[in-house]
Each structure stands twice: as C-alpha cells, then as structure tokens.
Design a protein around this ligand. Structure first.
Ligand SMILES: NC(=O)c1ccc[n+]([C@@H]2O[C@H](COP(=O)([O-])OP(=O)(O)OC[C@H]3O[C@@H](n4cnc5c(N)ncnc54)[C@H](O)[C@@H]3O)[C@@H](O)[C@H]2O)c1
Length: 436
C-alpha cells in the first residue's frame, strides 16, 4: 500500500517505519523542517531502541521517505495516518489545533477513496468531526477511521510489530478489510484485530491509559500508607499479585507516572466526562494522587535536611520519564529538579539518554555528569528517579567513597533495604520503612 504518515514524532516515525518494513511505500510528513532534514540524512531525532536500523534500512530500500511537502506526501496515498501531538489545553481537554491544521491542509490533495486514520489519541467524536470537516472542504464523503496506538516508548518497535491487539474504529467493512490487510503481517500470532465504531475505538485508548494510570496511583497511595504502618509494599505487592484477578502489571510503587500520555489522557478523559455531565471522581483522584506522588521524593529529601536544601549537593540518577527513552515530557524528574533548585540545592544529574533534552531546558543550572558514579562526587545524597538497568547493580563501594554522605532516596525501589544497611547506607525507598 502507499501510505502517508503525518507527524513524525514517537508514534508517527515508528508507525511509518514499521509499515515500510512490512513492504509498504511510506512517506512521512512533518512541519518541522530540521527534523525532516535529519531523518533524510539517516539521523534519528529520538532515542528508541532498534529504530535507527529500521529507518536506515527501509529508507535505503526506497520504501520510506521524509518530506515537509504536503502534496508530495498525500497525492498518491491510499491510507493517511494522522500522528500529530494532542497536548493538554489549560482545562485538561485535548488540544486538537495541530490535528485540524493537518485536516485542512490535506483536504485539497486527498485522492478519492483514500482512508484517513487517526493514530493520535483524540477525544471521542473526533473522527466524526474530521468526516464533517472534510465533507465541507471537499464536497464529498471521505473515509475516516480510528486506529489508536498502544505502543510504549522504549519498546515501541516490538509493541508495534507484535501488538497485543489492534483496534480499529470504522464505518464500513471495506475500510476494516483494508486496515486488517495492512496489519496482517503483525498479527500472525493470532492476536486479535478488533473492529468497532470510531467512537468506541477513540474511547478504548483513553480507557486503557486511564486504567493503567489508576493502577499506578492506587499502588502509590497504598505504598505511602505502608510506610506509616510498618508494612512493606513489596511484600504486599507479592501478596496481591499472585491473585489472578489482580496480577503484577503496573503495580510498582514509585515517583508517579509521567510522559506525554498518561497525565494528559487522564485529564482529557475527565474533561470529556465533565463535558457530558458525568462527574469524573476516580479520574480526578488518579490525577491528584499522581501530582502529590511526584513531590514525595523532594519532600523526603527536604525533611532529611531539616527543611533547608540551600548549599546541598544532590545527585540525580534518571531524568527520562521511564527507562529506554530520552523523553522527559512531564517526567517526575522535572518536578524534583524544580523543587530542589527552588530550595537552593546544587544538582549533579545523569541519564543514559535524556541529558540533551534536559540540558535544552535547564542549561547551566544543572551539572551534567558523564556517568552515574561521577554524578555522586561530593554529593550529600542521591535521588534515583528512573529505573534504568545501569542503576540496578552499581559499585556500592565506589559510590560510598565518592559521596559526602551515604544517603540514597530511591524512587524506584531498586535495592534491598537490608543490603543497603549492611553496606552502611541510609536508604529511603517507597512504601517501606527507611533503613540506616
Ligand atoms: N508517545 C507515545 O508513547 C504515544 C503512544 C500512543 C499514542 N500517542 C499519541 O500519539 C500522538 C503523537 O504523539 P507523539 O508522542 O508521537 O508526539 P510528538 O510530539 O513526538 O510528535 C508529533 C509530531 O507532529 C508534528 N506536527 C505537528 N503539527 C504538524 C502538522 N501540521 N503537520 C505535520 N506534522 C506536524 C510535530 O512536528 C512532531 O514531529 C499523540 O496524540 C499521543 O497522545 C503517543
């Protein structure tokens, strides 16, 4: 098939590349000329494991192209995927301005019979809105479908090529068949291709993210309670997780969820509910619990220094909102950095992939270490924010030698408290009593 993908970010670039890799001819369109020019040169603007090799291979084979020219991208396309950002507006609802701009700009060039597919996470009713807008602009009925994306940054290629399920929202069997055909190479293990209305499909994406966010906020609230009740959240987690009705996924306590999806999608679903007169009690609590959780580590650190951070040197391991990505959008590390800087602390930070994005925001206000151990030199304490594999088995003796005080605030529960006590560290984790 000839495919256009509009928006070449985390989702669009992975989508376009994976469809090219399964034999389609794909043109990726973006308004960011610098990004397109880097991609044309085989440079990948984001960190995503396995992506570079696939982009380079498919571009060399002539199946994957990048452009800023709408006409070039759209004129021959059989399917047009929309993968632009849908960030939160001030009231929490999804800001669809980029999406509408794209719809308006492609309308005049859409070949008859082309299917427009929303991959962006969009509020329920957006497909219907696109249909109406295109009808107005083109004078004809256009085919519009919803196909939400469930990939995880850090494992995006694997998720795209081996999805648990593919969801499409369509109004015609022909469009369902075309999309089923497109996804067939990725569903050879018989994972389901689920066909529903665009409205149900749009809703499915929000509900999936909102439920995952709910699990995280739930376990974080329980973890905070465990700390005060001499219970250990990891024991409790094991105690509940073996119950097949509960399971283990997304029940790890931590510093709150971040990234460009969960925070915005929970708020957008709540905004949709309010708009329809449904009070979003659970969603509001999930969001507020998460905001509070993002400040837990900072509060513990401040309390340990008697409330004053002025003049303290604090090391931070992990800036990305999760491992295996360079994405720091809404990352808990940003909340922590803001809090500690406001208190007058000096911060020495390290992340395997997210340093450039962090430097773009903070410049010289932070010290950027070349490796995890270097971040610890002279530090009064270490805060661990992202559970990168590099941090799981560090050289504790070297750490102890470098730090001014052997104090760790672990927002990801990477180490066993008893081990840390034996090694002479004061160790604070989430959902268990600190050890000293
Ligand atoms: N990042 C994820 O893990 C993820 C997962 C599932 C779904 N989603 C959803 O997918 C959508 C995209 O997310 P993302 O993280 O890839 O965003 P992103 O910000 O990384 O990428 C969006 C891209 O769209 C481009 N763009 C904006 N306006 C444009 C226009 N008028 N024409 C062409 N290009 C334009 C931007 O330059 C950018 O490159 C969002 O709705 C998001 O909620 C994201």
């Amino acid at each position: 098939m000839r495919i256009a993908v509009v928006g070449t970010g985390y989702v669009g670039l992975v989508t376009g590349t994976c469809f090219a890799d399964s034999g389609n001819t794909v043109t990726c369109l973006d308004i960011d000329a610098a990004k397109v020019s880097r991609l044309k040169n085989g440079e990948i603007p984001i960190y995503e494991p396995g992506l570079e090799e696939l982009v380079v291979r498919n571009a060399a084979a002539g199946r994957l192209r990048f452009t800023t020219d709408t006409v070039e991208a759209i004129r021959d396309a059989e399917v047009v995927f929309l993968a632009v950002g849908t960030p939160p507006s001030a009231d929490g609802s999804a800001d669809l301005s980029a999406l509408w701009k794209v719809v308006d700009s492609i309308a005049a060039h859409l070949p008859p019979g082309a299917v427009i597919v929303t991959k962006s996470t969009v509020p329920v009713g957006t497909c219907a809105g696109i249909e109406a807008r295109l009808k107005k602009r083109t004078g004809r009925d256009c085919l519009v479908a919803s196909n939400p994306e469930f990939l995880k940054e850090g494992a995006a290629i694997e998720d795209f090529q081996k999805p648990d399920r593919v969801v499409v929202g369509v109004r015609s069997q022909a469009v369902a068949d075309a999309l089923r055909n497109l996804y067939a190479p990725f569903l050879r293990t018989e994972n389901p291709f689920l066909v529903m209305s665009p409205e149900s499909s749009e809703m499915t994406k929000y509900v999936a993210n909102a439920l995952l966010a709910t699990k995280i906020s739930f376990i974080n609230e329980v973890a905070n309670l465990c700390e005060r009740m001499e219970a250990d959240i990891d024991d409790v987690r094991r105690g509940i997780g073996h119950d097949s009705r509960i399971g283990f996924a997304f029940l790890f306590p931590g510093v709150g969820y971040g990234g460009s999806c969960f925070p915005k999608d929970v708020q957008a679903l709540a905004a949709m509910a309010r708009d329809k007169g449904v009070v979003p009690r659970v969603l509001t609590a999930v969001h507020e619990t998460n905001l509070a959780q993002k400040s837990v580590l900072g509060e513990k650190i401040a309390a340990s220094f008697g409330g004053s951070l002025a003049g303290r040197t604090i090391a931070i391991w992990g800036l990305a909102f999760k491992p295996r990505t360079d994405d720091i959008r809404d990352a808990p590390a940003i909340d922590l950095i803001e809090r500690l800087l406001a208190g007058g602390a000096r911060l020495q930070v390290y992340d395997p992939e997210a340093m450039a994005n962090t430097r773009a925001i903070y410049g010289d206000r932070l010290a950027y270490a070349g490796n995890p151990l270097a971040a610890l030199d002279g530090a009064d304490c270490l805060a661990i924010v992202t559970e990168w594999g590099d941090f799981r088995r560090p050289d504790f003796d070297d750490m102890a030698r470098r730090m001014k005080s052997r104090v760790i605030f672990d927002g990801r529960n990477l180490y066993a408290p008893a081990d840390m006590r034996n090694r002479g560290f004061v160790y604070h984790s989430i959902g268990k009593a600190p050890v000293a």
